[in-house]
Design a binder for this molecule. Sequence first.
Ligand code: SF4
Length: 559
Amino acid sequence: MNEHDSERIAGLLEGDGYQRASVLEEADVMVLNTCCIRENADNKLYGALGRLKAVKAKRPDALIAVAGCLAQKDRELVRERAGHVDVVFGTHNVHRAAELVDHARRHGPVVEILAETVRDDAEAFPSALPARREAEHSAWVTIQIGCDNNCTFCIVPAVRGPEISRPFGELVDEVRALAAGGVNEVTLLGQNVNSYGRDLALSRRGSGSGASAAGDGCVSTNGNDLGVSAAGDGCVSANGNDLGASAAGDGCVSANGNDLGASADGDGCVNVTGNGRGQDPPGDDAWWCGSRWTSDRRARPLFADLLREVGEIDGIRRVRFTSPHPKDLRPETIAAMAEVPAVCEHLHLPLQSGSDAVLRAMRRGYTAERYLERLRAARAAVEDLAVSTDIIVGFPGETEQDFVQTLEVAAEARYDSAFTFIFSPRPGTAAAEMGDRFVPHDVSVERYERLRRVIERSSRLANEARIGRVEEVVVEGPSKKDSSVTTGRTRRNTLVHFPSPSGGAPRPGTYARVEVASAAANFLQGSLVDIETPPDVTAATAVPASAGRRLIPVAVAAT
Ligand code: SF4
């Protein structure tokens, strides 16, 4: 999401007449787009700002902007600690990047942090903004912003706000436009893509009553089948508490992001119908929720409908998505993955822990067994499915027995790859307050190493099973380590290296077939069988520079 925001900021600035600088020292605008989910984000930001101070000392007219969720969290503190920063803006006003830079150039430093996304129009959504894409054949499409969950280790709900979905029709139109411009691969982005559209459908049904019934395969507001989820079963409601445990005024938030009972329609927060807009802008039901939903108005995951609709668009050959929340992975979504050829055989399903006790402490809303059930269902339905995950080691209170359960689930899940992290407290989260239960660092490091070995074993086995197969690969470009080697990705999202043809690495976005000859834990190696004619990439989505603006260099980096 953060990298995607960087593309949007760059796109907005280019749209305002700026040009990308090849050397940082020559940039007239330097944007640091922060992510406080990353470890040591504060140190990295202020370290980078210290280095930029020297650049600014030589060229006082150069502007420095700090964006992203650390800016959202620290607000004025950024300028207090680094007075040479000219612009500070948060996650809810990415769309104002160019205006704020312009304001700072004319009137001096500016800090603008919106508390939440309250706009009715699409400009608040990063994907609706112009972008400078890093790869012309591949695009990210933000389908929702914010998150209604309340994982105790995560700062996202605090800095990104409650979940708001983009209208279905708008997304389909955007992907059609991208395909017309030569994009053949899209990645649908959201904090919890599986709950995409829940707010839209609730809104279009008015009060949301009448359409959903227990046991009918419909989902409740917490994404579980009504009747399947029960108090005390380790599942959480939309406010992140165990079902039955939540009460108005208890300081917990409801699905609309407010304390229960404290929310009012039109207050700028997500309203009781969950659409985040107070009043819906005009548009028919099909535009908001898709024609499949309109035909029966059942409560079901609109994300499944979106996968089907986007996967049918001419020119789109690969559809990916990230990240789904395991508690919201519905059979309809698995069916869409299995039945829509363009949807890639790759599922990123964050586990976080294999211990039910730790999952409860994390407020994840599923048990290890329920996670594995859903994984088995996905594997049974989607042939040749690759699965990746995220796992946190050393969450506060994690015992050796808890950790062994994580190893057991990881072994059973047979992950193709995993992002594994040692727990690190993020200020402002509930987990950061659990200091009395922090796991000693050396214990976490030792557990991390054991987990790494389990993951590496299954990754290696999965990759070795590909030897001898011919894989469809989309070229990403020459290898960074060896320019005579081309790098690409399979549908299962595995990196593949192969010797470049005599004319050099094919253009990024080219489809090639590669016969796999050898495998390591993190990549495959092979030889080129053949390549397709490269796609005709046009600049259909590029944004023209504003007339009359001076072209000046700009550098944008994620930190
Ligand atoms: S689902 Fe949990 S981890 Fe993911 S963004 Fe929401 S709160 Fe954070």
